[in-house]
Design a protein around this ligand. Structure first.
Ligand code: BGC
Length: 359
């Protein structure tokens, strides 16, 4: 199954990436496009391990946080670097939801709430890999009925493609045999100067969103869709991440910075431009296109330098940002939010594109 019409052929090669603590061998795939962009992805957690893109002079840098070896990813760290997230990306309040009159209990792994699929989410499982004819990578995983508390045998497929237009395209598809909820995403942490090159406060961000979902102290949405107008959450014009992040604002206090879901302005169902980030010293630009209704813009507020990543570099506070395309947090408990319910006979699919350029 090819989810996305691909624009051309990438070259794909594979190699061993190591063994998990229980002895399972894991692979790493290297995709290269004709412009020399390179993405390395492992079937452990579907993690984007590295992503090399050119700056305005053509110099390549790896712009995503992560680890040199599998051990970094299997060790108990809580940052989800580069990983596929599911079944439910982001938070579910009180770690429970009710569907068709049945209450489902989830792991409370973030205070009293459930975060990013529970204890062993999509980021910690081994996906079945397959190289696609266009040089893309397909990853499939059967999440069994009851896994992490979620109902239904969920057959999940994720495709990564690297196109000649310098895009990393991610396609998600799923079917279930019982009513369930689903909200998959990817949790790459970007620093357009290069991973481990200081903070991202000078990156200029534009978000195509007139509203965001304010949260309580546990980062669960209150249910309100609040206009960004006149708040530090207004990124409708390109603004430095650091320009307002320390303002005295209750929402910024709850998130310890930006850690919120923006309600994307939408005009139709196709993936549309939702976010743009520009880093002036290197000229690198990231554009994010998605068909999802929201995006979690997280500014790495919980990184504290204790984790040493690639090349032994410490990842300090706000040394990267994430743009996690998604449905709104806690949707299973928020009847007014767009539904995340998937039923037997339906096929879930979504597309997110990370597009890279420099000027
Ligand atoms: C959440 C943050 C969390 C981070 C890593 C983000 O999606 O919104 O609160 O710290 O993931 O777990």
């Amino acid at each position: 199954m090819t989810l996305i019409a691909s624009h051309a052929r990438a070259n794909i090669t594979q190699a061993e990436f190591g063994k998990t603590p229980d002895g399972t061998a894991v692979r790493i795939y290297t995709m290269t496009n004709r412009n020399g962009l390179e993405a390395r992805i492992t079937n452990y957690g579907g993690i984007v391990v590295s992503l090399k893109t050119p700056d305005r002079t053509g110099a390549m840098a790896d712009i995503v946080l992560g680890f040199d070896s599998l051990a970094g990813y299997t060790s108990p760290q809580h940052s989800y670097f580069g990983a596929l997230i599911g079944r439910y990306g982001n938070r579910i309040g009180h770690a429970r939801f009710t569907l068709d009159g049945t209450q489902y209990k989830l792991a409370a792994n973030n205070g009293e709430n459930s975060l990013h699929g529970g204890v062993r989410g999509f980021n910690k499982v081994i996906w079945t890999p397959r190289e696609l004819p266009d040089g893309g990578l397909e990853l499939t995983y059967l999440s069994k009925d009851g896994e992490e508390g979620y109902p239904g045998n969920l057959k999940m497929t994720v495709e990564y493609h690297l196109t000649d237009a310098n895009e990393l395209k991610i396609g998600y598809a799923a079917t279930t045999d019982k009513d369930t909820v689903l909200n998959p995403t990817n949790h790459s942490y970007f620093n357009l100067k290069g991973a481990g090159s200081g903070d991202i406060l000078d990156h200029m961000v534009t978000l195509n969103a007139d509203r965001f979902t304010p949260v309580d102290a546990g980062l669960i949405p209150t249910g309100e869709l609040r206009p960004v107008q006149g708040t530090p959450f207004d990124f409708r014009k390109a603004t430095a991440i650091g320009a307002r992040i320390e303002q005295s604002d209750e929402q910024l206090k709850f998130g310890k910075g930006y850690d919120h879901n923006w309600v994307l302005n939408k005009n139709g169902a196709a993936p549309s431009l939702s976010a743009r980030v520009e880093e002036k010293t290197t000229g690198r630009i990231l554009e994010v296109l998605t068909d999802q209704p929201g995006v979690q813009f997280y500014t790495g507020n919980f990184l504290d330098g204790s984790v040493k990543g690639k090349d032994g570099k410490a990842y300090g506070r706000r040394s990267a940002f994430c743009l996690e395309t998604q449905h709104f947090p806690d949707s299973p408990n928020q009847p007014k939010f767009p539904s995340t319910v998937l039923k037997p006979g339906q096929r879930f699919h979504s597309t997110t594109i990370y597009r890279f350029s420099a000027r």
